[in-house]
Design a protein around this ligand. Structure first.
Ligand SMILES: Nc1nc2c(c(=O)[nH]1)N[C@H]1C(S)=C(S)[C@@H](COP(=O)(O)O)O[C@H]1N2
Ligand SMILES: [Mo]
Length: 260
């Protein structure tokens, strides 16, 4: 019998495993890596065509992103994208130290929520030291503290129709008419390292990094981690939201699936 041809899915899996190995060996960076790391660039290039399904074949829904020792934390967490939202509404929140901030959780939920920052800080929390990987080719290690999204979603009680969690932000990146937004599926949203962070390196989250809260979804690339989250909407489809692709950068051509 002739050799069995390698199925495309096997080839993709093998390529993924190889790139995970390359990332591990070549890019164990401490602090911020300001150079365009070749490891990250190769990794991103090679994983671009991976589907979410292929990714899930090699990492379980519970697998944790790597966590680091405190010695690996960068002095300053490099800010990127919007660093100071320009709207009057956001400036008013800053001026009052976010005392008037309320996070709405709405859409496909049985029990909509409106949570103050104090309520978010009182919710079950997690602290994690992780490496953030931006598609622009830099990485940075920081310690994040925040409310576990799983607990907040449980309070809101997603309906049977809920397939995605959409994060609507305060900022208009690149002067866009509509604000930045991002989304996760329910598996990533319920992952134990998915938190709404209000703390960075033991202090309040700075405005440059997304105050008062920003998403951390540690198995995803940087652009998924929405800063300045103003409300969270559970939906069955992205079709009616902005460009319909599930995120600011997705509407401009990036992959929706940004798992690493
Ligand atoms: N609201 C909002 N969230 C955002 C962005 C942004 O411009 N606006 N940029 C994304 C990108 S590309 C990256 S790499 C990270 C940067 O987070 P940082 O500023 O804490 O480094 O935020 C992501 N989330
Ligand atoms: Mo990024």
């Amino acid at each position: 019998m002739a050799d069995l041809p390698i199925r495309p899915t096997d080839r993709r899996r093998r390529r993924l495993l190889a790139s995970l190995g390359a990332l591990g060996a070549g890019t164990l960076l401490s602090g911020c890596d300001w150079t365009k790391s070749q490891g990250v660039q190769d990794f991103l290039g090679r994983t671009e065509d991976l589907t979410q399904a292929a990714m899930r074949l090699v990492s379980s829904r519970e697998a944790l992103a790597r966590e680091y020792p405190t010695s690996a934390i960068a002095d300053t967490f490099r800010p990127n994208g919007s660093i100071q939202p320009q709207t009057d509404a956001y400036q008013a929140l800053v001026d009052n130290d976010f005392a008037d901030y309320k996070l709405a959780i709405h859409g496909e939920v049985a029990n909509p929520q409106a949570l103050s920052l104090a309520q978010l800080k009182a919710a079950p929390a997690r602290t994690q030291i992780t490496r953030h990987d931006c598609v622009e080719g830099w990485s940075c290690i920081g310690q994040w503290t925040g409310a576990r999204l799983s607990d907040l979603l449980d309070r809101a009680q997603p309906t049977e129709n809920a397939k995605y969690v959409v994060f609507h932000c305060a900022d208009h990146l690149l002067g866009a008419p509509e604000p930045y937004y991002e989304s996760l599926d329910m598996i990533e949203a319920y992952h134990p390292q998915t938190i709404l962070a209000y703390g960075l390196n033991g202090a309040d989250l700075p405005v440059a990094n997304g105050a008062p809260i920003r998403l951390r979804a540690e198995r995803q690339l940087g652009y998924k981690m929405a800063k300045y989250v103003m409300d969270i909407e559970l939906v069955n489809s992205f079709a009616d939201i902005q460009g319909g692709k599930g995120g600011f950068w997705e509407d401009r051509g990036y992959n929706w699936w940004a798992g690493i």
